[in-house]
Each structure stands twice: as C-alpha cells, then as structure tokens.
Design a protein around this ligand. Structure first.
Ligand code: NI
Ligand code: MN
Length: 232
C-alpha cells in the first residue's frame, strides 16, 4: 500500500493511491505555465477530481477531464452544482468541516482564507483546504490557496499529517515565512511547497524556504519540480 503524489506544477497533483487516480486542482498545460508541456488535460487518468476553490487556476480543466474520464468531482456544494450544470455527471458535494469516506480514503474540507469566485463570475462558495486520510494510513493536507490561519492548529492537534502541500508564493496566499508557521501548526512530517513561480507575482526561491523550514523547525522540505513525484 502506498500513496504517490505527482506534482504537475502550481497547485496541481495527480495522486495514485493503490491504483486509484485522484487529481487535485486540475490545471494542466499549456494553460498552466508551470506544467511540463506534455502534461495536457487529455494525458490525465482520473477516477476522482478534487477542487479546492473556484478560481480558474484550480478548477481549470475539471469539466473537460471529468467528461472524458467519467471521474467523480468532489468539491464544495456551490462548485459541484456549477459543474453539474455544465454536464459533469458524477459529483459529490462537501463543505468546510465535513468529510466523507470514498473508496481511497476519507476527504474533509478545511478552512481556507481566500476567494472562490468561478471563472464566469458565478458564486463559488467558500474556498477550502483538502485533508485526505488515505486507506493505508497516510494523511495528506493540500492547503489550497489560503492565508496562514490559526485553525490549522486543529489539524496538528488531531495528530498531524505525513505531507502538507503548502503555498509559498505570497501575494495571493501565504508566503514562505507564514508557510513555516503553517507547517508547525499542522505538524507536518514533510512539506511540499506549491503555488510559486507560476507567474511574476508569486516568484519565490523554494531552496531558501527549504533552508528556513529545516533550520527553524527540523521539518523536511520536499521540493518537487513539475513532473516529479513523492511516494509516501
Ligand atoms: Ni485562488
Ligand atoms: Mn491559485
């Protein structure tokens, strides 16, 4: 039993959990400037798609991939309603604080401080982080787009996580200094920095973040280049 997290770039992951493919925040090439050129939406296998919030750099290819693969899309109620109106057949609505067990594990939406407007201006509900307790015992926290929030301590107090994917880009989300605090709040064993260097507004040095994280907390930073994977 293992969980492999393949980083596509920006905030997008393709997770393989014992053969089940779960796509997090599907934003692929060429729209995603950080993604490898061959990581196009039609290259992706998906059984499930999980969307953290309505912004275009997170929901980007959800409709296209869901329609082609028949994947079930998991997101907040407002977003899955919007997706259903666009012809996505299999959806599961959640909302912040609530979770549900799926064949690969339990998914819970957590608090994120951000926006969630959909690309056409529709209301996208509240943005969320995504906490997954995989069946093999691996716990992964995808923070989504968010400020540092004191509520992240609740995740740490509940036992922490094996891996936290945390934004470090600053400007639209927390930056490196706040991500170091977030890593401690959620009691992460390993941190994957995300949501940086996609555009000029969010340029950051992930090596500098990794050093600061190691020096101040002892927590391991796993910098993944787009296309690279981490197996937990
Ligand atoms: Ni956003
Ligand atoms: Mn974003």
């Amino acid at each position: 039993m293992s969980v492999t997290l393949k980083f596509i770039g920006h905030a997008t992951f393709v997770v393989d959990a014992d053969g089940t493919k779960i796509v997090i925040d599907p934003f692929f090439a060429p729209d995603n400037p950080a993604a490898p050129a061959d990581a196009t939406p039609d290259s992706v296998d998906a059984d499930f798609i999980i969307v953290s919030h309505g912004h275009g750099d997170h929901i980007a290819h959800a409709v296209e991939i869901a329609k082609r693969t028949g994947a079930m899309v998991i997101s907040n109620f407002e977003i899955v309603s919007w997706l259903a109106n666009q012809g996505v057949e299999k959806t599961h609505p959640l909302h912040i604080g609530g979770g549900n067990s799926f064949p690969f594990g339990r998914v819970k939406l957590t608090i994120a401080h951000h926006g969630s407007g959909l690309p056409d201006g529709s209301y996208g509900g509240n943005p969320a982080g995504i906490l997954i307790n995989f069946n093999d015992g691996t716990d992964v926290y995808f923070a989504g787009d968010t400020a540092l929030t004191y509520d992240m301590r609740l995740i740490g107090e509940a036992g922490g996580v094996d891996v936290a994917a945390l934004p470090i880009g600053d400007n639209f989300t927390m930056g490196p200094d706040d991500a170091v605090i977030a890593a401690q709040f959620v009691k992460a064993k390993q941190v994957i920095p995300i949501h940086y260097n996609t555009w000029p507004y969010i340029e950051q040095d992930p090596q500098a973040f990794a050093r600061k994280l190691q020096e101040e907390t002892g927590i391991e930073c796993r910098i993944l280049a787009p296309g690279e994977s981490l197996t937990v």
